[in-house]
Design a protein around this ligand. Structure first.
Ligand SMILES: C[S@@+](CC[C@H](N)C(=O)[O-])C[C@H]1O[C@@H](n2cnc3c(N)ncnc32)[C@H](O)[C@@H]1O
Length: 271
């Protein structure tokens, strides 16, 4: 990988990605299914958090799921095997050096990847080159600037900004969701449609309080504590106070909001 992957590859991060995927299945995937016989590339599948849902929702499509990390691919294979899926094959590869022929896929799916790349348009353009004319690309990204919550505290907001800053220092962009439309257009996709997918959490939705506020978002911020201290962009007291305040939003009177962005575009048809 050309840039440092800010979340790392630790077991706790794998669990966080799985919690995120499990909680967000309907919000993010309810309108993603591929026709029988489709050949689909999942770019940067990680530990397979989306792969299982994709392959289950489109049992008659064939998926090739790639990632640069062999350890993540092994985890992803375990996840699809455990789910009894036989329509996914995994391959270790770099998005910027993919071993596939032009126009060899009907569809491409990319989730939570562009935010970690310093050249997101180049990545999308490469992937667009692999889609047959008339095929589609689906891209999902978050945007940490879309986070707001009650009780609101500056300590919590500063802790979130630590992750935004770390990702920037690593060459990525944690605020990329809002840019999906222009990025996809610049990469050459047509008929691009972006839809915001908002997660709204209060204590009447206990599964989201646990699955999203605690185990997805707050866990993600907690996960960069050591890196933020090493980079000297915070101090232990300030960071820990911010994380405590984020946990506070998961209490009975707390509220948490976050918006994901899902874009679908078409590969230009031949004239
Ligand atoms: C946040 S994870 C997302 C994984 C998965 N798509 C999901 O939604 O759970 C980002 C993944 O991108 C992979 N990655 C980063 N740069 C890559 C590159 N140049 N080529 C292939 N994979 C890459 C990392 O190894 C990591 O597994």
């Amino acid at each position: 990988m050309s840039e440092t992957y800010v979340h790392g590859y630790h077991p706790r991060e794998n669990e966080r990605l799985q919690a995120q995927a499990g909680t967000l299945v309907d919000l993010l995937h309810s309108d993603t299914s591929y026709p029988s016989g489709s050949v689909v590339l999942e770019a940067a599948c990680g530990v397979g958090s989306q792969t299982v849902t994709l392959a289950q929702r489109s049992p008659d499509a064939r998926f090739t799921s790639i990632d640069i990390s062999a350890a993540s691919l092994a985890e992803a294979k375990r996840a699809t095997d455990a789910a009894g899926l036989t329509n996914v094959q995994f391959q270790q590869a770099d998005i910027f050096a993919l071993p596939f022929a032009p126009e060899s896929f009907d569809h491409v799916f990319v989730c939570f990847v562009l935010e970690h790349l310093s050249r997101p348009v180049e990545a999308l353009a490469i992937l667009n080159g692999l889609i047959r004319p008339g095929g589609t690309m689906t891209v999902i990204e978050g945007d940490h600037g879309s986070t707001y919550f009650y009780p609101d505290t500056s300590a919590a907001r500063r802790a979130i900004l630590c992750l935004v800053e770390l990702q920037r220092l690593a060459g990525g962009n944690a605020l990329i969701g809002r840019q999906l439309y222009p990025l996809m257009i610049e990469a050459g996709l047509e008929a691009v449609r972006v839809s915001p997918r908002m997660v709204y959490v209060d204590s009447s939705r206990p599964e989201l309080v646990d699955g999203f506020t605690r185990k997805t978002f707050t866990a993600m911020i907690e996960g960069v504590r050591e890196s933020a201290l090493e980079a000297r962009i915070t101090d232990p007291e300030a960071f820990d106070a911010g994380v405590r305040d984020l946990h506070r939003t998961a209490e009975v009177d707390g509220v948490f909001c976050y918006t994901f962005f899902k874009g679908v575009g078409e590969k230009r048809r031949r004239v």
